[in-house]
Design a protein around this ligand. Structure first.
Ligand SMILES: Cc1cc2nc3c(=O)[nH]c(=O)nc-3n(C[C@H](O)[C@H](O)[C@H](O)COP(=O)(O)O)c2cc1C
Length: 384
């Protein structure tokens, strides 16, 4: 049975092999201070790194101050932010071998909102946003300043600089945020992009800037580490991005060396979304089939058999979980049980490796943290 689960089979992208195909989706925590990771990130990422997933992707992390969604979002454009993340990652890596990715982002015209969820004091400063055209996201939002060529070059450079910082931090993978109506997504979408220059109008023109960002970042990121893009399969709106356009964008990215496309939807305007389990999977399936690029499916995938079936049907190569893994942080353990597979369980937790709380030595192999032999030895002595 073991070899039959695709969800629990490894996947290789460039020099990175994920032990299984469960990916923890990027999730904003609105808990940074001046863009710096805090103790909340230590707890949040630390506990998710014990879940047995194949990859943990850090939340949308801004490449310049104006690119933060709120003043409580992570950034990676100062030395202090790099140092704060280094501290968090050092602790996470001490107790987990899970590969770590980061989502690099620019919030564009959707930046500068009030932090919805700060655990500490909220910095309420607002700033002028930027976008493809001076079209506000909603009536209660300010209109962005239209990015000129100098501004676009600055953003391309900011993505590349953040990638260099991510490389120094030892991230295994970068995902560029090009979905949900943020800056790159807004360039792609006719809803937000009304430009009449080389960067607006036809799909070729609308995707020019996101592709330039991709190229700049790819050149700054080590060749053996994978780089992927989260994009919209649809804007759920008649004037928005169509699934065929998403395929064309994914194919253009593939030609530039994109290793995977994480197919999400929506966010370029406020609209009805027909939410149900796996509601975004058809877009992943189409992009995978027609653009011939590996994809990640995301969106209300909660049942391990559903996740497995999506992979078996060839609708995606990886499955990302957001809310489901916040709600059930040991989802990969439970999925492994359901699918007759194995997953890494931290040494001190191994007696809880099944729902019945029984020892699982034969069922779930234990991999103690490799880099901390002292702690591993002590814990080993307690557990045996
Ligand atoms: C708390 C929270 C924060 C999120 N932050 C991000 C983010 O930083 N970047 C992003 O691309 N999507 C973000 N999302 C969307 C998720 O990555 C995911 O695509 C979405 O929740 C659908 O998957 P799910 O049904 O498994 O939650 C967030 C979702 C949640 C619930």
């Amino acid at each position: 049975m073991l070899h039959m689960s695709l969800l629990f089979s490894p996947i290789t992208m460039r020099g990175l092999t994920l032990p299984n195909r469960i990916v923890i989706a990027p999730m904003c925590q609105f808990s940074a201070v001046d863009g710096c990771a805090t103790d909340w990130h230590l707890i949040h990422l630390g506990h998710l790194a014990l879940s047995g997933a194949g990859l943990l992707v850090l939340e949308a992390t801004a490449v310049e101050p104006e690119g933060r969604i709120s003043s409580s979002c992570l950034g990676l454009y100062t030395d202090a932010q790099e140092a704060a993340l280094a501290r968090v990652l050092a602790v996470v890596r001490r107790y987990s071998t899970m590969p770590l990715g980061i989502q690099l982002s620019h919030a564009g015209r959707k930046a500068s909102i009030k932090s919805p969820n700060a655990l500490g004091p909220v910095d309420t400063r607002e700033w002028q946003t930027v976008g493809p055209s001076p079209v506000a996201f909603a009536v209660d939002r300010r209109a962005p300043q239209e990015l000129d060529r100098t501004g676009m070059e600055r953003v391309i450079d900011s993505f590349a600089q953040a990638a260099r910082r991510a490389a120094r931090l030892g991230f295994d993978m970068i995902e560029i945020h090009s979905a949900h109506g943020y800056l790159l997504s807004s360039f792609l979408s006719p809803i937000a992009n009304r430009r009449t220059d080389d960067y607006g109008g036809s799909l070729q023109a609308r995707m020019r800037f996101p592709l330039e960002v991709f190229q700049g970042l790819r050149a700054a990121w080590p060749a053996d580490r994978p780089l992927g893009v989260r994009c919209n399969g649809t804007d759920w709106h008649a004037e928005g991005i169509t699934p065929d356009e998403a395929v064309a964008y994914a194919a253009a990215l593939r030609d530039l060396g994109c290793d995977f496309v994480d197919v999400s939807t929506g966010g370029n305007t406020i609209t009805e979304v027909p939410i149900e389990p796996g509601y975004q999977v058809p877009f992943s399936a189409k992009v995978r089939r027609e653009a011939e690029v590996p994809t990640r499916a995301v969106g209300l995938i909660r049942d391990p058999h559903h996740a497995e079936a999506i992979l078996q049907r060839g609708e995606a190569d990886m499955i990302a979980l957001g809310r489901g893994i916040l709600n059930e942080p040991r989802w990969p353990w439970h999925a492994a049980e359901e699918l007759g597979a194995t997953v890494e369980v931290p040494h001190p937790y191994r007696r809880a490796g099944t729902r019945a709380g029984l020892p699982t030595r034969d069922h779930i192999p234990v991999t103690p943290p490799a880099k901390d032999t002292t702690v591993a030895q002590v814990q080993g002595a307690r557990c045996t």
